[in-house]
Design a protein around this ligand. Sequence first.
Ligand code: ARG
Length: 576
Amino acid sequence: MRTVKIELANKIASTLQETPENCAMLMEYPPNPELGDLALPCFKFAKKLRKNPQQIAHDIAQLLKSATCLESVTVENGYVNMKIRHSVIWNKVFEISSTHIANLFTRQRFLGKRVAIDYSSPNIAKPFGVGHLRSTIIGEALLRMLKEDGFEGIGINHLGDWGTQFGKVIAAYQKWGSEDKVKENPIRELFQLYVRFHQEAEQNPHLEEEARYCFKKLEDGDEETIRLWQWFIKESLTGFEKTYRLLGVHFDHYLGESFYNDKMEAVVEELQDKHLLVESDGAFVVDLSEWNMPPCIIRKSDGTTIYATRDLAAALYRHDKLHADYLLYVVGSEQTLHFQQVFKVLDLMGRDWSSNCVHVAFGLMKFNGEKLSTRRGHVVYLEDVLEKAIQEARSIIESKNPNLSNPDEVARQVGVGAVIFNDLKTYRIHDVDFRYEDVLNFDGETGPYVQYTHARACSVLRKALTTISQEEMNSSVSVPDVALQSFTLTPSEWSLLKQIAQANEFFERAVDQYDPSVIARFALLVSHAFNRFYHDDPILTAPHSIRQRRLDLVRLTKHVLAHTLHLLAIEAPEAM
Ligand code: ARG
């Protein structure tokens, strides 16, 4: 569709005194297809051209009469309405996708550029929370999308394996912990200790002091403390990786916060040299009042460095050592101020690439409308969520398709896909609500619905194989190549094809907004269009040449849906 828009825009740009790109951008898809496939509202140009919109629309329509890609041009209420020749889009779509389906989506705009995406980044000895789930899911989809647009992508897990909260867990373990219990179920046990620490600290504020002391010992390299710390990390990582495997997530680097322990002094020194550090109550901070932000704390009064300092060191590392041109941070919107501060300090340090640092923020995830707080021990474990989704998927699949040969695998693909899609279909900055009934609903706007549509397309193609080979044996007439003819599609075929032809526009918008929900929406729209087509137009029972064309459309849809799901890190079973 993009190329058709550009082609049309080229014809009218000079008359409208606009760039072709702008003209193309102003073309809309009318909500009512009766009106046309594309519309250009002309109100915007009235002032500049000193003509009324209706007159402009007439002039434009005149110019477009010669466009061979158009079937008709009409003018109504200041709009130019265009109907596109079906065969034009058909030929373009099949030509572009013939070498690789990805070509329908991408122009590889960022070849030669490198992006580092910081995502998931859970905290060790705390549970993998739902915020981390959102970050993992959005980050993985983003990485896949950006790579497809030409970027060389580096996925980084900025593990929270350092920080004062670590002192708490170590203090708690030394008071109440048991080695056996930790070994048995490390993630839960360590979290229980963390929760108990907070409960008891309400009664006994002295505990906070102890935790600070423990953390200090860690920073000072006390042997026993270090041993415990390393053990906690090892056990927790095993737990996280189990979840990542289930989600199909892979990181290029695990570079935890502790990795920057020996890289922060250089940051502090540079800030000092550049006269950016000021003392405030014994702490060292960068004053950001000029930009209406609270000061960025670099070193606390007890000498410990903090989160921001580590992020400064990490940013320098990613840019200087990993040679990333863009740094993305997929982190909840509650950390917006933190990233604004960090990026500003980088800017003040003279790093012009700080303008390529982006906080890809996202909203909360609620369970049945309720917000979770880890501190109070009110927590949903991710592995439980996924396990339950898989179980529920399994029982749905068993009742729908008892003869499936690989029900376990499909249940995993569908259960996990349901959780991922539920997250990604929402505009990322909005809060997400999670209810099992909703996310697994095969008829709702869900992952299973898209997967099911894909499986339905596969099933049509499987059936076609048996039916057609039978018939082909009985006929020696070769199949005419419909792609080369001029022809008219049924309304349902046409809306499906038109929807698919917008892949590139959806894809680029998703990349430009760093928002996978745009792609999830595309998956839903293609699925709706396919199911309408499947319902309206007979495929296997249609006359020979029409059947060929419909099967081409089914095959195209199958590949488009599989690829779209792949971009979202969701698997596409061929039967379910
Ligand atoms: N571990 C942090 C948290 O759970 C998220 C880290 C995000 N990445 C970063 N570079 N600060 O809040």
